[in-house]
Write a protein that binds this ligand. Sequence first.
Ligand code: BGC
Length: 246
Amino acid sequence: MKCLGIDIGGSGIKGAVVDVASGELVSERLRVPTPDPSTPAAVAAAVAELVSQFDWQGPIGCGFPAIIRNGVAKSAANIDAGWIDTDVGMLLKQSTGCPCLVINDADAAGLAEMRFGSGKGRNGTVIVITIGTGLGSAFFNDGVLFPNTELGHLRLKTGPAERYASAAVRKKEDLSWKAWSKRLNKFFAQVERLFSPELIIIGGGISRKHDKFFSYLDIRAELLPAQLRNQAGIVGAACRAAERLK
Ligand code: BGC
């Protein structure tokens, strides 16, 4: 079965058609910039524009950068505040004309890594951290997702961890890999103290550059880069939609 996966991020909205049995992309990966301001109406129009480029009429799975409960956004850290309490699934269904299943973007990426990537076949506690504009998290025990964990909002001395250690902060503050890794270590120390994961998987675009910073990370758990890189969100959302929109 094929499904269109969409990943709504702080800077871009990416999509591709996914073969949900293999987790492979069976179309080109297309991207449109996230509108600024990223209001519900503007983003819904941008998603509709992306969907029309695929000439797609089937189910859509969408990863969204917020707490998502039954399709409704319950937070808005890196997206316009107007999304709070918006039924994202309903809005995207209206704008695209396709049935649409929405989950948190990091949960989507985590599901794909557990099914097809670095977490495949792994039991125990596995935490996937996506590093991008924010810090996303997906939490698994024996392969089962505990959704909306939001570990990027753990408090470090200076405030939410993602304001201190995301990839966007590294760029903005022009931090060396070593200096940035020091910050990540503070975040991971909290994560390990609280949850004792056996495996931590690092996702997001930065996972491509893992050789630049993994050696600086001081983590007790096994540490692996995401295998699906930043396609994981597209793949996981598509797979979830294929299961839930039957
Ligand atoms: C949001 C999360 C999201 C993460 C990555 C955070 O700011 O609160 O819901 O998963 O960014 O996009």
